[in-house]
Design a protein around this ligand. Structure first.
Ligand code: ATP
Ligand code: MG
Length: 556
């Protein structure tokens, strides 16, 4: 091995330290004080306030190795260069040096420190548009350093422009650096960025503009430099490897994954297990929203692979009680889901949605289970369905991981489902003679009346809470069917005493496989799976009238 990942990390930071940069530690994967993003996706992200002009305590030249999560790259994981979790080396000038020094630093580090051969090197620069001129300045700097004209490509905004991150803010052209990874063919004289043998390893962003309130690109008061080099990619190509997995970073991980698995699956398992460990280390726990949902999605995908392999190896890759618990919960539904999958023909978005919502079968594995069966299944359509059907867990849908607080309607819907669970809990704890005598729901709380004449004990209240929370935690599907009232009675659906029903009724069922937790005649609406409810808490238990008790409860 020519260089290890640890050596590269160290070399990079030391090099920039020598050039007057202060080494700063990696920030958490969970951004501090920034609710607009779920994860840290680049080295510059924790530095945004300083790029906007705030003074950094460590000065105007900084360098770091930042851990990153990019959920947007999840579909690319398994290719040679994209991970969901990776480390980004970077150096910054906060109103200090400009384009020339930035490019010269990059060049010196690559050529002198790392010994990158000039014939394997190429760069891109911004081609220019109505907002900003063609970046001939950057190209000239590269040329003066010895890069041939033919190895400099000019590309439009979509490739060679960064920002702003929001509607307004710093932005500017960038210059990307590429390494020719193919060892059996020399790099062509003329650089074609579309040729997949060229791997992007580093990006120098020149934040010299600001997009203002009128959407105009104007000169920035403070001109910054922001660079990012992918540690995994750089280590790979520097060692003559054509993919990030063939590096010391993944060596120990691959030893623990059964060799006979398909290569793509092995790579996904390797990447996701690293991401999962890093997220758990930064305090993220699996859940049905936002960060927790991303973590759950990563976990479930590889648990599904493990299940399909009929081997047990994840416990060696992820040593964590949080993971072990998620695994055992998910394995239960998975078995049923795959049995159902095998029964279905030609799985389209509708069927995929059904498998997802009833069994938690991740979209990602549906295609891999049987490509022929899922040839008509598109992610976009599936996510469209999710969005429509599942506005309740907005973040879980659409693969868009931005948050959004539940609106009043959503919250009330959750309380409707919680009401069914509470009745199930009381019947379990007090006996099957318990039925509902009334309920009242607002967006803030639920109130539930039932036939019982004594005060509940503290233990009974706790048991009821625990029962409901267990069902929430194992995330069971909530399904409904329409049928005649007679049929509903026949299958044992509970009805509300005072309610009058029509000929046809809806029956809502919450079940764990064959074990029916709750089955009630009800108009709805209900959530689609119990996991979205949050935490159930009984606030008060009191008498309502003779022989009727009242419970007030909240979801937090
Ligand atoms: P690509 O176009 O290859 O996805 P990018 O333009 O998204 O890369 P940048 O946002 O410029 O990349 O990030 C800076 C550097 O971080 C890249 O040059 C690359 O080396 C590395 N990098 C980016 N995304 C990933 C990823 N998903 N996995 C590993 N390294 C990455
Ligand atoms: Mg990218």
């Amino acid at each position: 091995m020519k260089i290890t990942s640890a050596e590269l990390r160290e070399k990079y930071l030391k090099f920039f330290e020598k050039k007057g940069h202060k080494i700063i530690p990696s920030a958490s994967l969970v951004p501090e004080n920034d609710p607009t993003v779920l994860f840290t996706t680049a080295g510059m992200q924790p530095l945004v306030p300083y790029l906007l002009g705030q003074k950094h305590p460590d000065g105007t030249r900084l360098t770091s190795c930042q851990k990153c999560i990019r959920t947007g790259d999840i579909d690319d994981v398994g290719d040679d260069t994209h991970c969901t979790y990776f480390e980004m080396l970077g150096n910054w000038s906060l109103g200090d040096y400009g384009k020339k020094e930035a490019i010269e630093f990059s060049f010196e580090f690559l050529m002198k420190e790392l010994g990158v051969p000039l014939e394997r090197f190429a760069v891109t620069c911004f081609e220019g548009d109505a907002d900003a001129p063609r970046d001939t300045e950057a190209a000239e700097i590269w040329q003066n350093l010895g890069i041939k004209k033919e190895r400099i490509a000019f590309l439009p905004k979509e490739d060679n422009w960064w920002g702003p991150a929001g509607k307004t803010g710093p932005c500017g052209p960038d210059s990307e650096m590429f390494y020719w990874k193919n060892n059996s063919e020399p790099a062509p004289e003329v650089f074609d960025p579309k040729n997949k043998n060229w791997v992007e390893i580093w990006n120098d962003v020149f934040m010299i503009y600001v997009k203002n309130e009128e959407s105009k690109i104007v000169d920035a008061v403070q001109k910054n430099i922001d660079t990012g080099m992918g540690l995994e990619r750089a280590v790979a190509v520097l060692n003559g490897k054509d993919n990030v997995y063939d590096t010391d970073i993944f060596e120990e991980i691959f030893k623990k994954i059964p060799a006979e698995l398909e290569q793509k699956q092995k790579r996904i398992i390797a990447d996701h297990s690293r991401a999962i460990n890093a997220l758990i280390a930064d305090g993220v726990e699996p859940s049905n929203k936002e960060r927790g949902y991303v973590l759950r999605r990563l976990m479930r995908r590889i648990i599904a692979y493990e299940f399909l392999s009929k081997k047990e190896f994840l416990k060696d890759l992820i040593v964590s009680a949080v993971f072990a618990e998620e695994r055992s919960k998910f394995l239960k539904t998975l078995e049923n889901g795959i049995a159902e999958y095998n029964k279905l023909e030609d799985i389209d978005a509708e069927k995929a949605f059904y498998l997802y919502q009833s069994f938690g079968l991740p979209f990602d594995i549906l295609k891999e289970l049987n490509p022929e069966k899922t040839k008509n299944l598109g992610r976009e359509e599936f996510e469209e369905l999710l969005k429509r059907h599942q506005e309740l867990s907005r973040t879980a849908s659409a693969g868009m991981f931005k948050g959004g607080l539940a609106d009043a309607g959503e919250q009330a819907t959750k309380y409707h489902t919680a009401t069914h669970l509470l009745l199930a809990a009381l019947r379990k704890i007090l006996g099957p003679e318990v039925y509902q005598r009334g309920s009242n729901i607002t967006a803030e709380r639920m109130r539930f009346d039932f036939n019982w004449s004594e005060k509940l004990s503290t233990a009974q209240i706790h048991d009821a809470e625990n029962f409901v929370n267990d069902i929430i935690n194992i995330d069971l599907p909530v399904s409904f069917e329409e049928m005649s009232l007679d049929q509903a009675k026949e299958i044992g659906a509970m009805g509300v005493f005072e309610d009058k029903y029509g000929e046809r009724v809806k029956v809502y069922t919450i079940a764990d496989g064959d074990n029916i937790i709750s089955r009630e005649i009800c108009g709805g609406p209900h959530v689609e799976h119990t996991g979205v409810l949050g935490h159930f808490k009984i606030q008060k238990e009191e008498s309502s009238s003779a022989g009727v008790r009242r419970i007030k409860a909240i979801l937090e």
